[in-house]
Write a protein that binds this ligand. Structure first.
Ligand code: CAA
Length: 258
């Protein structure tokens, strides 16, 4: 499919989706969000994809929701179109892992898009922020909710109330990102991490993603029970037999379950 605001490349079981509105620092307009939702849904259904990387440019992952597009909307407009709900739900429906590879600005909806992915790898020039307060609004895709769960109340409150940016070093220290790499190495590193995931048992990968994400939605006791049941269910797979046999036979496993 031909896209205008993103590019998609599939290589070695990894789909690399690049946000591509350079003139607007990849601001998330409705066309981009629609194309991203379609690309993610297609990647999830494609047997040649096992892991997805979303990235932007060296200057901006995404500088937020498109302010030009939003500026004239009324309350009735955004309520009726349920602004941002559709694309967010589309991302959450994807069962394959999604890595956000963030360089430059990840602000407002850009930071929120990154946090909606399964984990974030940041370039050393990354800047995260929820500057919506400067526009007379607040975050609308999780900047008050997911950010708080990542970095705790104090930093989330600071960022949402002052609009200050967090650099890559602080983001790693605070648990917002899993690792920081030099900007030139960002995409190669994210692709290499994605390929590593693509080599694992894909049914176990999906179970692990589901179980970790469940920890955000439930109590510890319920989450542990959910994890245990998924763990038990993996003993019904060929990959569990193969993975454990390969360990005991001191060889590499050949996983086949999808
Ligand atoms: N929406 C629309 N256009 C944007 C944009 C956005 N969020 N961010 C940047 N742009 C555009 C600029 O308007 C500019 O376009 P023109 O050349 O046509 O004027 C172009 O991108 C380059 O931007 P700057 O000239 O401002 O670049 P800079 O390097 O001087 O500054 C920046 C970079 C600090 C990121 C600055 O662009 C900025 O502050 N952007 C807005 C950030 C923001 O407020 N994001 C939150 C949006 S609201 C939101 O996301 C709501 C939500 O939670 C869902």
């Amino acid at each position: 499919m031909g896209y205008h605001t993103i590019t998609v490349e599939i290589d070695d079981y990894v789909a690399l989706i690049r946000l591509n509105r350079p003139d607007a620092l990849n601001a998330l307009n409705s066309e981009l969000l629609g194309e991203l939702s379609t690309a993610l849904t297609e990647a999830d259904a494609n047997d040649k994809v096992r892991c997805i990387v979303i990235t932007g440019s060296d200057k901006a992952f995404a500088a937020g929701a498109d302010i030009k597009e939003m500026s004239q909307k009324s309350y009735v407009d955004v309520f009726e179109e349920d602004l941002f709900t559709g694309p967010t739900e589309a991302i959450l429906r994807v069962r394959k892992p999604i890595i956000a590879a963030v360089a430059g600005y990840a602000l407002g909806g850009g930071a929120e898009l990154a946090m909606t992915c399964d984990f974030i790898i940041a370039a050393d020039n990354a800047k995260f922020g929820q500057p919506e307060i400067n526009l007379g609004v607040i975050a609308g895709i999780g900047g008050t909710q997911r950010l708080t769960r990542f970095v705790g109340k104090s930093k989330a409150m600071d960022m949402n109330l002052t609009g200050r940016f967090m650099d890559a070093e602080e983001a790693e220290r605070s648990g917002l990102v899993s690792r920081v790499v030099p900007v030139a190495k960002l995409v190669p590193e994210a692709m290499s991490v994605a390929r590593k995931i693509a080599e694992k048992s894909q049914i176990a990968v999906k179970a692990a993603k589901e179980a970790v994400n469940r920890s955000y939605e439930t109590t510890l006791r319920e989450g542990l029970q959910y994890e245990r049941r998924l763990f038990h269910s993996l003993f019904a797979t060929d990959d569990q037999k193969e993975g454990m046999a390969a360990f005991l036979e001191k060889r590499e496993p050949q996983f086949r379950d999808r």
